[in-house]
Ligand binder design. Structure first.
Ligand code: ATP
Length: 719
């Protein structure tokens, strides 16, 4: 315990101006990870603070960033709070944050020397970008951007075809390893305009990222960090231009007009601002959303910042370095627009957002829930679902998962009750992506989706995740439609050329579309797609039987998409008809699939022998269907499996809705409640709730939340 615990606290110093110091302190606290923030509060209460008084733990125990800042200001005064924050950060070994705070504080002095307008501009940016709205936010609901922002893995090297294929296909542990490898070679945003190894400083940087990967969030965080003097100090002004939103909708404007739209003041000192163009950075967010044609002849471009021209010409002139050629550009785009971008812009540095590594996913959950217990419960649940956890690499999927789990945790029964299935989360992901489409594109979506589903199914059958341009075009999928939303484009070197190749964001998303292929009603398409796979689901199920795992996820999604609620959600948003006509085929297949050679040999056909059956039934979430499907069976025989938390919930769902169930056999099974922490090897005794076969008593089984519903009279075997 620190020396101060026994000391009487000094009377809090009051009255120091908290404004700037408070802002600095808050930004610093918000940038700490959950663990660092906890250590920070602990040191503030119990640490050895060089004779300064500690804050009683009772005040800090439940304090969030804002409370901690206010308590510190109240206790130590503005400057004293900053001194104390630096001391504590150094004591808990978060030296980068301490150094940053010290620097920003010094620069605070310099800010006083900035021209008024520049200072006001930064203040306005801080004001405008420090809070964010979630997509489902109610009026007035905002969260702190810094508090929510989790670090993203950003790399600045092109991956080759094999590496890319590996990434798309990898799941679970392998996927985590790939992300870890990438994270170790990643770059930070503040280095994007730093000189490269050859000493050359780029002026045009392109930041690539698939839909929902965090480009806008990163762009907004850059604005905030620049205005807080944390990054890009070399630029006097950073202007944010979002290609989807308002500022490009006017038909005629000058560059000066576009800049004015970015400013808080309606008549900014443009001549001064443009006086040093090398000190300007334009952050163009969402290039892929521009529907302009950029191949204008040079003679049409303009070079005068005050000249009014169609916005299309102004932007072309900026990209092609005719207008303000000394300024710098940071352009974010989805990969599908790379080729178009290449036609109008000479990218000097390329960086790609790959999403959250495993560590950051955990951090995201903690930041989102702000309640350690709920965050841990939700994280462990998702971690047990390999597919979902892999997709949580994509920040918007993390957001969807956390949002629905927060709602579930608020209900009685918690996570084990009325869960969102993997299919449910994928549907929400697809709908979130479609929502961002402009109204103009919506009418063409049913057709585009149908063709996309054909491509996906074709890929699943041919075990293919990278598609050549002619294959994509073969499905009449036009790049300028809504396609960039769902397919990523990559350029690979082939001999002496560069060729375009396309993929879904992850194989599991392709499998989701492949499943949808079997359920979409045909609606007299004008253009027939090329002869792809047949829509006969029997062929798929037969192949599943022989190839085993290859079609596993597609089949799980088939069950999930049969759920009436899922169908309704999709039909309403996509404008397609989804038919449950394959229900009977799935039912028959599920029942027959348990007549394995082993079961026949043992003359024991009345048992469910594969957990996969329970996974399929769980995805469907239809209790009547489960009861019908399980009616011919009397037992569940799962031997030698390690069942994680998600498996147990899935199993419990079937067991609960199994009217004819008489016996359960879990011989040599392990019931793992909390998966071991990554990289820590064996978990310390007492931490993991690992119930080895011998120790698994009926009472223990009853204690497992997921199997709480198991009927007490069942005959249960564990050996
Ligand atoms: N670094 C991050 N930290 C926390 N949440 C993030 C982060 N990046 C993205 N998110 C979450 O994911 C959502 C989607 O991110 P964002 O809008 O930045 O994606 P995008 O790459 O711009 O997508 P699109 O290409 O569809 O416009 C955000 O609204 C936010 O909830």
């Amino acid at each position: 315990m620190g020396q101060c615990s026994g000391k009487k606290s000094q009377a809090p110093r009051r009255g120091s101006p908290p404004g700037a110091a408070g802002e600095l302190l808050l930004h610093t606290l918000e940038d700490l990870s959950q663990l660092e923030f906890k250590k920070f509060r602990d040191a503030l209460a119990h640490g050895d603070l060089g004779g300064r008084s500690c804050i009683p733990w009772g005040r800090l125990e439940k304090a969030d960033w804002m409370d901690t800042k206010n308590i510190m200001l109240d206790f130590y005064g503005g400057e004293g709070a900053l001194d104390m924050a630096i001391t504590v950060l150094e004591r808990i070994q978060v030296r980068n944050a301490a150094a940053r705070l010290r620097e920003s504080r010094q620069r605070g002095g310099k800010a006083e020397g900035l021209p008024d307008f520049q200072r006001n501009y930064k203040k306005a940016i801080l004001q405008a970008y420090s809070r964010m709205k979630d997509q489902n936010a109610r009026v007035g609901d905002t969260v702190s951007l810094s508090a929510r922002y989790s670090k993203l893995v950003i790399v600045n090297k092109h991956r080759d075809k094999e590496e890319r294929e590996d990434e798309i296909v990898a799941m679970g542990r392998r996927h985590a390893e790939i992300m870890k490898e990438q994270a170790s070679a990643s770059i930070v945003v503040s280095d994007l305009f730093k000189p490269g190894p050859d000493g050359w400083t780029p002026k045009v940087v392109v930041l690539l990222g698939a839909a929902g990967m965090g480009k806008t969030m990163t762009a907004r965080k850059i604005m905030l960090d620049w205005a807080s003097d944390k990054v890009f100090a070399e630029f006097d002004y950073v202007f944010y231009i979002h290609c989807r939103e308002g500022n490009l909708l006017t038909s005629q404007a000058s560059m000066a007009d576009l800049i004015t739209q970015c400013c808080p003041d309606s008549s900014p000192p443009l001549a001064e601002m443009l006086g040093q163009p090398e000190k300007l950075l334009f952050l163009i967010d969402g290039f892929d959303e521009l529907r302009f044609s950029f191949d204008r002849p040079q003679s049409e471009l303009c070079s005068q910042p005050f000249e009014k021209r169609p916005v299309e010409i102004i932007l072309s002139s900026l990209f092609r370095r005719r207008l303000l050629p000394e300024s710098s550009l940071l352009v974010t785009t989805r990969p599908a627009a790379l080729r178009t971008l290449g036609k109008c812009l000479d990218c000097e540095r390329y960086a790609e957002i790959l999403g959250f590594s495993e560590v950051e996913r955990k951090e995201y959950f903690h930041k989102f829930f702000e309640n350690a217990e709920q965050a841990a419960a939700a994280f462990q649940f998702v971690r047990g679902n390999e597919t979902l956890f892999t997709m949580c690499q994509v920040p918007i999927v993390c957001w969807i998962v956390c949002t629905v789990m927060k709602q579930q945790l608020g209900r009685s029964g918690g996570l084990a009750c009325s869960p969102k299935t993997t299919t449910g989360i994928y549907v929400l992901y697809l709908l979130a992506l479609l929502r961002s489409l402009s109204g103009r594109l919506k009418p063409s979506m049913p057709g585009v989706l149908r063709r996309l589903c054909c491509l996906a199914a074709d890929g699943v059958w041919r075990q293919k995740v990278l598609f050549e341009e002619k294959e994509v075009q073969g499905y009449a999928l036009d790049q300028r439609e809504a396609l960039p939303l769902l397919l990523n484009e990559y350029l690979f070197q082939k001999d002496i050329f560069c060729v375009s190749t396309y993929s879904f964001i992850h194989l599991s998303f392709q499998e989701f579309f492949a499943a949808l292929f079997y359920l979409l009603e045909e609606e007299g398409e004008a253009e027939k797609p090329p002869a792809g796979p047949t829509r006969d689901v029997k062929a798929l199920l037969e192949s599943y039987g022989s190839s085993r795992n290859y079609f596993m996820l597609t089949v799980r999604f088939l069950f999930g998409l049969l759920n009436a609620e899922r169908r309704r959600e999709l039909e309403e948003e996509m404008g397609c008809k989804i038919s449950p006509r394959i229900t009977q085929e799935l039912l028959a297949w599920l029942q027959n699939s348990q007549q394995t050679a082993l079961a026949l040999l043992m003359k024991e056909t009345a048992a469910i022998r594969e957990l996969e059956v329970c996974h399929c039934l769980y995805e469907l979430q239809d209790e009547r269907f489960v009861a019908t499907a399980l009616d011919p069976f009397t037992g569940v025989c799962l031997r030698g499996l390690n069942l994680n938390r998600f498996d147990q919930i899935v199993l419990a769902f079937s067991v609960k809705n199994f009217p004819t169930l008489e016996w359960l056999d879990f011989g040599h099974c392990s019931f793992l409640w909390d998966p071991p922490e990554d990289g820590t090897g064996q978990q310390p005794a007492g931490q993991a709730n690992r119930l080895e076969k011998s120790g698994l008593k009926e009472e223990t089984l009853q204690k497992l939340a997921a199997l709480r519903e198991v009927k007490p009279n069942l005959n249960i075997g564990y050996l």
